[in-house]
Design a protein around this ligand. Structure first.
Ligand code: ATP
Length: 425
């Protein structure tokens, strides 16, 4: 049993051991909990360390931070803290607590408790395992709810009958773990899940909590599988009443997945994609611009996120036609695609999959996206051209010559500029 903790890299183990030693000196208990324990047993790497201490001790976290020379961020609202060590290892610390749900789908009332109660409030048995960190029993598995057995049987099982009613976001979480781990939702839990979603429980959750869980599921590798399963088990109208998944959309979703993976392998150094936003945009296809705006406010999307969803909605059929034609001047393609984010460009590629459109987009991404001019306004000034509105025109022409490959060095750019007959100093 103690073998599980040995699977962690030494630095992480040492840190946990130190936490155990400090807790023992203070007469406290401390456990590693949650997804990290689940994944250690599964042999999957997960270095998100969550620990739970019991009983509450305000000094524990600050003393541990001092011993680790770690930065401490306290989250007053949740009574938790995060330590970040100089080697950037992150440790989340909470006090063991029990939760009471005054109303279905509401936020729980939290009361201090022992580890058994703390594990009992969790979503599934496989997430209700803990590892003891006290030196005497370092690495000992704490398994009150047969989580290890469910991991072996590959089952997602809730801990009590009202679990999905208390917190309907667990419906989304159940699908996420089922699909990610390739497990099954245990039959009785599945029945209760269907009951809760049939009763419209997801519609009772606050939009921001829904958004957080939705983001997590849409960020998963192979998100289209997750969406499909969620649609089958709970429907998608908790996102918006106009969200649906007709056959056409299914092909589109898996095409999005392909575009994401080909973008990542073609351009490993470009900024990471907000893949969740791409799937969300696809799911919101039936909404009008106004409805998207309303949705964004309700779900608390950021301005930049809303802008990307809308820019896809507004993408004009005439621009699609242009992209679909052969021999369109590169400057025109640049003009269409340059204002758009990678997410929107890839959505266009996924949706209008014609061969020429795909080639035009790939050519743009490979050669022209982020192109840097070989000369600047400063250069024009240094070359003696008096500043004026034509600066913009010259630089625009330079851009087009560069896009067409007619100017391919700074030297060539400067000698081309010298030929301009503009007012000079
Ligand atoms: P991941 O690998 O996706 O990070 P995780 O299990 O670490 O999965 P978190 O969302 O980070 O998931 O949550 C950490 C732990 O907190 C979970 O393992 C679970 O024990 C508990 N938990 C999280 N959300 C809920 C919930 N809605 N209801 C009950 N317990 C939850």
């Amino acid at each position: 049993m103690k073998a599980y903790i040995k699977r962690l890299p030494k630095q992480f183990r040492d840190l946990l051991y130190l936490a155990g030693k400090l807790a023992s000196q203070k007469g406290m208990n401390v456990y590693l909990v949650g997804g990290c324990v689940r994944d250690l047993i599964l042999g999957a790497p997960n270095l998100d360390l969550d620990i739970v201490v019991q009983p509450e001790c305000p000094n524990f976290t600050s003393e541990l931070a001092a011993r680790l020379n770690a930065r401490m961020v306290v989250h007053q609202r949740f009574k938790t803290a995060t330590l970040i060590t100089p080697r950037k290892i992150k440790l989340d610390i909470a006090t063991a607590r029990s939760e009471i749900y005054p109303q279905p789908a509401s936020l729980p009332v939290v009361i201090p408790a022992g580890i058994k109660e703390d594990l009992a409030r969790r979503d599934f048995t496989i997430n209700a395992l803990a590892i003891d960190l006290l030196p005497d029993n370092f690495g000992g598995l704490v398994d009150f709810y047969n989580g290890r057995q469910d991991l072996e049987k590959k089952l997602i099982r809730i801990l009590h009958d009202s679990s999905f009613i208390d917190d309907p976001t667990r419906i989304i979480r159940a699908v996420r773990f089922e699909q990610r781990l390739k497990f099954k939702i245990e039959p009785y839990s599945l029945e209760l899940l269907k009951d809760a979603s049939g009763a419209g429980m997801l519609n009772q959750v606050s939009p921001h909590r829904l958004r957080d869980e939705l983001m997590l599921i849409l960020k998963e590798e192979g998100a289209s599988r997750h969406i499909l399963r969620l649609n089958t088990l709970a429907g998608l109208d908790f996102i918006h009443s106009k969200c649906e998944l007709p056959r056409k959309n299914l092909i589109y979703l898996s095409q999005i997945e392909k575009e994401i993976s080909s973008f990542r392998s073609m351009f490993p150094k470009r900024r990471a994609l907000d893949t969740w936003l791409m799937y969300l945009t696809a799911l919101l296809a039936n909404l009008s611009k106004e409805e998207i705006k309303k949705f964004s406010r309700r779900f608390g999307l950021r301005k930049g996120e809303e802008k990307r969803v809308i820019s896809f909605k507004k993408f004009s059929p005439s621009a699609v036609l242009k992209l679909t034609r052969k021999n369109v001047p590169v400057g025109e393609i640049y003009k269409i695609l340059e204002p758009l984010s990678f997410e929107v460009i890839l959505l266009i590629k996924a949706k209008y999959g014609k061969k020429t459109l795909r080639l035009n987009i790939e050519n743009y991404l490979r050669h022209h996206n982020g192109i840097r001019l070989y000369a600047s306004g400063n250069d024009l000034n240094k070359l003696g051209l008096l500043p004026g509105a034509y600066y913009k025109r010259i630089l625009n022409q330079l851009l087009h010559l560069q896009l067409e490959g007619k100017i391919s060095s700074r030297r060539a750019a400067l000698s081309w500029i010298r030929r301009f007959k503009c007012p000079r100093n």
